[in-house]
Design a binder for this molecule. Structure first.
Ligand SMILES: NC(=O)c1ccc[n+]([C@@H]2O[C@H](COP(=O)([O-])OP(=O)(O)OC[C@H]3O[C@@H](n4cnc5c(N)ncnc54)[C@H](O)[C@@H]3O)[C@@H](O)[C@H]2O)c1
Ligand SMILES: O=C(O)C(=O)C[C@@H](O)[C@H](O)[C@H](O)COP(=O)(O)O
Ligand SMILES: [Zn+2]
Length: 379
């Protein structure tokens, strides 16, 4: 993985995966350049632009014009916005539209959207004609710093989050930071949870930088570009080292065992919880659980909670609006987590800020007692 300058305001992060290597371009104005960047890497293709009903009216025409300019024939496919679109019904609809457009295996699926569109489109690209080319044009902060990189694709099940999917790497990621200007503050903050995650995993200096610079990142400008590029650099390094999560890639799941259980328990209802908010609560829970197990100093836990709260992110289960969540349901979803191995729970726990580690054979009764205390505190 190499980070280099590629023009005045574009940063290039290379994801080093042998034959499946690709570039992530980060900076302003990339939608306008998308046609030429794609044509340079995937000459002669046709494409489908997959997007959602919120993003389409804001950004589809500009991308379409950029592809026209580069002579890339394309069809738009617009799906409903929101987490419930990561479903078998919408996968079927998307697959049918790709086949109906007579796109070939060598053609490309271009995801123009947040993580929902990226995960669903990547899955469709991975299975249609046994694997079409795939390009990510992430439009949410979360998608720019996390979901567009690394090739995890898929949909949700009522039994748990992301339980159905494939690894399918993109051929190119174009993270146009200008496009974030139309994102709501709530969704920007949700994406910021995944930004904080990289600091908490193993980059304490980055966490400290975020504490000092979060306002500038939310405001836009160079700090935002810097944050996106540094997250992509961090994720690219992990993915290059462990593409299919046989080892350390699991660290990217910090906060997700709890977070995914919460998302699934609210049935992926965005009025109650979106993914990044689930990750924020999940990271706070992972730190408090680590403290309960005697692994981490209470001052570090408070520092993490304070930073998440400073940008308006939730840190407790009772921050989720609607009916109280039940511990049995949460334990049922946790038992479905993809990190479970030979029936044993795996969590990402921590010994301090930037000192996360993979904890195998976590005792379910310890988790249950902890969640009972957390939800009782909420009652
Ligand atoms: N594959 C991975 O490695 C990975 C990593 C992290 C998260 N994820 C997945 O990503 C999903 C969450 O992604 P998300 O937070 O981007 O959610 P999302 O795709 O639902 O986007 C959030 C909301 O913002 C809107 N939106 C997106 N870009 C916009 C823009 N530029 N202007 C205005 N509105 C815009 C969307 O329409 C949606 O309503 C979850 O399903 C999660 O599981 C996957
Ligand atoms: O890329 C990864 O690996 C991650 O874990 C990134 C997470 O932020 C992301 O939410 C991912 O989809 C979770 O993966 P899962 O395997 O737990 O479904
Ligand atoms: Zn995530």
């Amino acid at each position: 993985m190499i980070v280099s300058d590629a023009g005045a305001d574009t940063r290039t992060v290379h994801v080093d995966l042998g034959a499946r290597s690709y570039d992530i371009l980060v900076g302003g104005g990339l939608v306008a350049r998308a046609g030429q960047e794609i044509a340079a890497r995937l000459p002669g293709i046709r494409a489908a632009i997959v997007t959602d009903a919120n993003v389409a009216p804001l950004h589809l025409d500009r991308l379409s014009a950029a592809l026209d300019e580069a002579g890339i024939g394309h069809v738009p496919i617009v799906l409903p916005a929101g987490e419930t679109t990561k479903s078998f019904d919408h996968l079927m609809q998307l697959v049918d539209a790709l086949l109906g457009a007579r796109l070939e295996r060598g053609d490309a699926v271009i995801a123009l959207g947040g993580g929902v569109i990226g995960d669903l489109s990547g899955f469709a690209a991975g299975i249609v004609r046994r694997g079409m080319r795939f390009v990510q044009l992430p439009t949410s902060l979360l998608a720019q710093v996390d979901s567009s990189v690394g090739g995890k694709t898929g949909i949700n099940s009522p039994r748990g989050k992301n339980l159905i999917g494939v690894f399918h790497q993109p051929a190119l990621v174009l993270a146009d930071t200008d496009i974030l200007s139309t994102l709501s503050r709530r969704e920007f903050a949700a994406g910021y949870a995944e930004v904080v995650k990289y600091g908490l995993i193993d980059r304490p200096d980055f966490f400290e930088w975020l504490e000092a610079n979060h306002a500038a990142i939310f405001a836009g400008g160079p700090a935002r570009v810097e944050a996106v590029a540094r997250c992509c650099e961090a994720k690219a390094a992990v993915v290059a080292d462990d593409e299919r999560e046989d080892g350390n890639r699991a660290l990217l799941n910090l906060g997700h065992t709890f977070g995914h259980a919460l998302e699934s328990a609210v049935r992926y209802d965005p009025e109650r919880l979106v993914h990044g908010e689930g990750v924020a609560i999940g990271m706070a829970l992972a730190h408090r659980f680590s403290h309960r197990l005697g692994l981490i100093d209470g001052q570090d836990v408070t520092r993490v909670e304070r930073h998440l709260q400073a940008v308006g992110l939730p840190t407790r289960i009772d921050a989720i609006p609607g009916p109280a969540l039940d511990v049995d349901t949460l334990m049922d979803r946790i038992a479905q987590d993809k990190k479970v191995s030979r029936g044993q729970l795996t969590f990402i726990l921590t010994r301090g800020i930037g000192q996360s580690f993979i904890a195998k054979e976590v005792v379910p009764d310890d988790v249950r007692a902890f969640l009972s205390a957390e939800t009782a505190a909420a009652a």
